[in-house]
Design a protein around this ligand. Structure first.
Ligand SMILES: [Zn+2]
Ligand SMILES: [Zn+2]
Length: 121
């Protein structure tokens, strides 16, 4: 069993080496040559393009989560706004509750994403 650190796994592409040897005769593969912005056919010991040369990479799901979280927040806010809008239009008896509920969520989401990035205002 390997020692598992945080959320990193050993890079599949370079097998944890950090350099790409997946081409012919242990040369670096075309994909990594491209990632290193090199023009040519054969290179040896190039930085692994998959993990950036550290030999370890984040699981794909982890990366997806990081990218998905802001997306989900936006979708959630938009969905809630539509819900409020719909409730207002249909004169729902739950409108005030819905508004309070939604504004609390929207407030926390917006606060979370903009308080850190906004800086001093
Ligand atoms: Zn790698
Ligand atoms: Zn490669």
């Amino acid at each position: 069993m390997h020692e598992i650190k945080a959320n990193l796994y050993e890079c599949f592409h370079c097998k944890g080496e950090g350099t790409c040897t997946s081409g012919e005769n242990s040369s670096s593969c075309a994909a990594c040559i491209k990632r290193n912005d090199l023009k040519g056919k054969t290179f040896y010991g190039l930085l692994c393009g998959s993990c950036g040369g550290i030999g370890q990479a984040e699981p794909l799901t982890e990366r997806m989560n990081k990218r998905l979280a802001p997306m989900l927040a936006i979708v959630l806010v938009v969905a809630l706004l539509f819900l409020i809008f719909w409730a207002a239009l249909s004169e729902s008896t739950h409108f005030s509750e819905l508004l309070a509920f939604s504004s609390a969520i929207i407030g926390s989401v917006v606060g979370f994403y903009f308080s850190g990035k906004g800086g001093s205002t």
